[in-house]
Design a protein around this ligand. Sequence first.
Ligand SMILES: Nc1ncnc2c1ncn2[C@@H]1O[C@H](COP(=O)(O)OP(=O)(O)O)[C@@H](O)[C@H]1O
Ligand SMILES: [Mg+2]
Length: 583
Amino acid sequence: MNQKYHSPEKDNYPGSKNSLNVLQSIIYCIFSYICTLIYNYTGISTMITVNNLDLQFGKRILFQDVNMKFTPGNCYGIIGANGAGKSTFLKIISGEKDPTRGAISMGPGERLSVLSQDHFAFDEFTVLNTVLMGHRELWAIMNEKNGLYAKPDFTDADGIRVSELEEKFAEMEGWNAESDAASLLSGLGIKETLHDCMMKDLSGKQKVRVLLARALFGQPDNLLLDEPTNDLDLETVGWLEQYLSNFEHTVLVVSHDRHFLDSVCTHTVDIDFGKLQMFAGNYSFWYESSQLALRQQQQQNKKAEEKKKELEEFIRRFSANVAKSKQTTSRKKMIEKLNIEEIKPSSRRYPGIIFTPSREPGNQILEVKGLTKSIEGEILFRDFNFNVEKDDKIVFISRDPRAMTAFFRIINGEEPADAGAFQWGQTITTAYLPLDNAAFFNSDYNLIEWLSQFAQDTNEVYLKGFLGRMLFSGEELLKKVNVLSGGEKMRCMISRMMLKDANTLILDTPTNHLDLESIQAFNNTLRTYKGNVLFSSHDHEFIQTVANRVIELTPNGIIDKMMEYDDYISDPTVAALREKLYK
Ligand SMILES: Nc1ncnc2c1ncn2[C@@H]1O[C@H](COP(=O)(O)OP(=O)(O)O)[C@@H](O)[C@H]1O
Ligand SMILES: [Mg+2]
């Protein structure tokens, strides 16, 4: 890489008025030459350094005294509750927002790029130009150069300027820019026929991919991504995981997607209680190790050596698992650096999600015969036959997410099928979490009143118990339900489900709007749940760890496999079948 050192003072040099100035410039030249050598041979001078950072809005302190270094080759996953300040932290690093106190510094001449969250900002540009513009300096040079060439009265001065620009352009490997941008786009599944289209003519999914290409274009030294997997399909998420685990520079990423965090992160930065704490290891390592440390803290009579041994054993087991995974060597190196001293109990609060079936399901659970459904003339599924077997935890997937929602609504009696029938077993009791819960929250009940609508026992203490497990307490219980945020509504809906003691759960995209703690708690409980689960989800980890059966709904039939999700998506016969069925 061609990185040059720039000093703002150098350009303002007031000429060599005296020998001191000459000496200074010689020293400066030698110094920058050495710096360049160090940089070129080791790369160690590139990093983001955060010094004594504070941020507060009015009286509210988001974080205080943050001192941290982010170094190349590492990917930092930033986690924290909604509103903890994750996006704000990234904005301070990118310079979009000023901190209350403190400073951010980067290596000299380093480029930083941000994955834009605004999906409409580039509507009036072509796809290829949107990507090229990601390298601001290069884009400016290209524009100025082209402007000069197009001048009818091209002067000598213009000639000199153009040659300067051409030199810079060549230095930045500008001649490869368009082909680099095009191959980046094609790698992301944006075909060449689309490269000259306007951004506004692209679908939402395609736009996200172009914005990704824009952020990655020109190999920035530092890459900031704020929830990049939102609105991405699982296939593109997989591509991004692969790309980032091979990325040699510094990445900071905010995400609620555990599979994504685990595949790309070498470090975890937790924003909690106004502090930022950095840990070596990915999300799972942070979660599992801090839970283990928490259990140890509670076992007071256990000897310190035993605790240490247990933690060491944990690191050993964890490292063995990472080594088996598909990650690249640079990412694997992180496990060599895992340090037992860093393992601390988590201060996070996890909701207590527990579903206890009041009776065991019998053998007849759900029988579906010849079910067919279409929306506005488009077939979602046709002649769909299957039986739910004992212990089945089934994930339903489809390229058309409306298929799952329609199926769940049908078996819950909320809408009729076009044809076919279904039959629930005698022993089966269901609890259903619909995709759209707006209709539940039209009243101005408070939380306790709201939940009492669904309970046989309306004792306040009893109801508060269920809300408390979803981390609602005190004043919050008296909030009106119609003002709740998306995440809070989900937590209410989960309290309602827990009341039912059902032996079959039907969950339409249950992780929507939930924070990492709730997702983790929900995920854990479903793994050990002693009933049947029928669900759909965008969360790879959730699907992989809960489902033991995969059913894919297509307009031309279903694929029904008793296997885990990772095996399903990597199975070549399944892949061939899918291509045939979606035609
Ligand atoms: N300009 C602002 N003035 C006051 N409060 C703000 C401002 N910008 C963000 N906030 C608040 O700061 C908190 C952190 O926001 P954000 O960084 O977006 O959280 P996160 O990304 O972790 O969900 C939120 O409670 C938000 O409402
Ligand atoms: Mg945010």
